[in-house]
Design a protein around this ligand. Structure first.
Ligand code: SF4
Length: 483
């Protein structure tokens, strides 16, 4: 899930227009005396609600009129001309997420500790963020205006949490009445207008599994290729989810699901040329089953939902090892999987990392001795790869599985580890430094999920702690390592 720099966003009232965040020096916007904080309210008389509207209203236009509300309260009407495709030199505020009106049984917000950082309580349900970042919406409270907007502005693909096509089951899962849960006319309209959909099922044992899941997958696959893929991810319950209607996912349940969905995947592959329904990595890991091969996933349509992420990692790591072997430790260009960020649209505003402290860690490849921390789920997979690296280059890395005591329950993914979880294992550190996953630090601020400052965590350790992308670290250092 894309996490917002939400503190101002959730408290802001919606005002007309879109706020300028930054103006590029000597750009068109600069020459027009636009400044940070100005709001562009209309383009050619048409209202602008956000930067997607701005892009849509200005796309292909070379002559236009902006109505601008300046920070001092003045209104300016600006006529301007530009060459075709010329950039305005404007950066805009993030989109304020629209909130959902559901009460899903398994909503992650209900499983958060009270002191989790505010952005984790944002129940976003926003078709713009679905288009930009691949966030799922349920479409259950989408307005007619939003429907029109998806179609008019071609906000495709959309990522939709369907969960079940049986209406009663869907309504039960979303905690809404059946009228609200019924999205099939809306889906139909989007599909008729060539909007692509990627569907999601959060799999809840005894509710939408078994025959219900088969019905859902068959109903959705009937609309392939416009419904492109379906991700099936297991419900993850923290120790704060006490709803008795929910059953935890067990290894046996995962094995049964793999067998059932496996049959459908082969059937779909024969008919559609794609397996269409993809199980989350966690299901294979929990079942103790092998992760499917690369070709199983096609172009990894839902990788950011944890579907194929492990396969992508293992293949990428093995390619890196092969490069090391082939080049006597001088890796010049070990390519990332080009499909990895498939869900994040190029129009999406990326968090500004400028304020984050990113230290460079340089080392002699063969003298490495570090503790690499990750979640319990991924640790065995990472450990196997790191062992291969150790053998190849003579390093002595150690992978440490960090239990998630902050959320507890079924939560074993690296991305939800908290500052206190890392501190709880500090006595198990071996080697000269510690690496923690880069994404446990908020993207635009150096804090962890429990609000702990990264500096506070570092101060608790006797050795340096780096929050970094392991691949980038290895690539950088392999390139500078002596052959
Ligand atoms: S749609 Fe459901 S799971 Fe998503 S934020 Fe809303 S209540 Fe939570």
């Amino acid at each position: 899930m894309y996490e917002f720099a939400v503190t101002p966003a959730v408290t802001q009232l919606r005002r007309p227009g879109v706020t300028v965040d930054r103006v590029e020096p000597e750009s068109i916007a600069d020459q027009l005396d636009l400044e940070s904080g100005d709001r562009i309210v209309r383009v050619n008389g048409r209202p602008v609600r956000d930067y997607l509207d701005f892009r849509f209203q200005t796309s292909g236009e070379t002559e236009m009129t902006f109505l601008v509300r300046k920070t001092n309260g003045e209104s300016w009407e600006i006529d301007l001309e530009r060459d075709e495709g010329e950039d305005f030199g404007l950066e805009f505020e993030q989109i304020v997420p629209r909130q959902c009106a559901n009460e899903c049984l398994f909503c992650f917000c209900k499983g958060n500790p009270e002191d989790a950082r505010p952005s984790l309580f944002v129940r976003d349900e926003d078709i713009r963020l679905s288009f930009l970042y691949g966030n799922y919406t349920t479409l259950s409270s989408i307005t007619p205006d939003e429907m029109d907007r998806i179609i008019e502005q071609r906000l495709s693909p959309q990522y939709v949490s369907v969960h079940a096509t049986d209406l009663k089951t869907r309504a039960y899962l979303l905690g809404v009445d059946q009228e609200r849960a019924d999205i099939f006319d809306k889906l139909e309209r989007l599909l008729e207008n060539d909007i692509e959909i990627h569907a999601q099922v959060v799999l809840c044992p005894e509710i939408n599994d078994g025959a219900q899941l088969e019905k859902t997958l068959r109903d959705l696959a009937a609309h392939h290729p416009k419904i492109v893929s379906t991700a099936i991810v297991p419900v993850a319950l923290t120790r704060y989810n006490n709803d008795e209607r929910l059953t935890r996912v067990t290894p046996k349940f995962c094995q049964k699901t793999i067998a059932e969905v496996g049959k459908l995947q082969e059937e779909f592959f024969g008919k559609l040329g794609t397996r269409f329904a993809f199980l989350g990595d966690e299901i294979y890991i929990k079942a103790g089953a092998d992760i499917p091969a690369r070709e199983h996933y096609g172009d990894y349509p839902q990788i950011e939902d944890g579907v194929g992420m492990v396969r992508s990692f293992v293949n990428e790591f093995e390619a890196l090892l092969a490069s090391i072997q082939g080049s006597k430790f001088k890796v010049q260009n070990s390519k990332s999987d080009p499909k990895k960020n498939i869900r994040t649209n190029e129009l999406a505003i990326k968090p500004d990392k400028q304020n984050l402290e990113h230290e460079t860690l340089n080392f002699e490849l063969s003298s490495l001795k570090a503790t690499i921390m990750t979640g319990e789920m991924f640790a065995p997979i990472l450990s196997e790869q790191i062992e291969k690296l150790n053998k190849l280059v003579g390093s002595e890395h150690h992978v440490l599985a960090v239990p998630n005591t902050y959320f507890g329950g079924d939560v074993a993914v690296a991305g939800l580890l908290s500052g206190q979880d890392f501190i709880a294992v500090k006595d198990q550190v071996v080697g000269d430094f510690v690496i923690i996953p880069e994404h446990v630090i908020k993207s635009d601020e150096p804090i962890l999920i429990d609000g702990m400052q990264f500096d506070e965590l570092k101060a608790a350790y006797d050795v340096p702690v780096y929050a970094t992308d392991l691949f980038e670290l290895l690539r950088t250092n392999l390139q500078s390592s002596p052959g």
